[in-house]
Design a binder for this molecule. Structure first.
Ligand code: SF4
Length: 121
């Protein structure tokens, strides 16, 4: 286990009691209609939360979801790709908020470079 996978595991532990994004609930269902809706919603939202969280951590230096996906793919083991997005989105909606993240409650603070974080709680 390298540092990145250790951080992902810590994020997954911290978010286990949080509500996962509705697109994830749909995507995990066995209902093809809901899976399709999940894909369409993901395409529309463009997953800015993952971009922001990955850049704050200092893992990537990117501006959009496409670049972020490519760069994360270079540094994150393939086994973690599917859950990483859900983990970062849920984490970004509950702890690493876009404006004033909860760094005081964050379990990965020791691993985070806080890039671009002007103020936090
Ligand atoms: S320390 Fe703060 S900026 Fe870094 S991941 Fe945690 S909440 Fe986000």
């Amino acid at each position: 286990m390298n540092e990145k996978t250790r951080v992902i595991n810590k994020i997954q532990k911290q978010i286990k009691d949080f509500v996962v994004p509705v697109v994830t609930v749909f995507a995990r269902s066995q209902n093809p209609y809901l899976v399709l809706i999940s894909c369409l919603l993901s395409l529309r939202t463009k997953d800015k939360t993952t971009v922001e969280a990955s850049n704050r951590l200092g893992w990537v230096k990117t501006k959009n979801p496409e670049q972020t996906e490519i760069e994360l793919g270079k540094i994150i083991p393939k086994d973690y790709w599917i859950e990483l997005n859900t983990a970062l989105v849920t984490f970004g909606q509950n702890i690493c908020l876009p404006v004033s993240p909860y760094c005081g409650k964050c379990h990965i603070g020791d691993y985070c470079k806080k890039i671009g974080v002007a103020r936090h709680r």
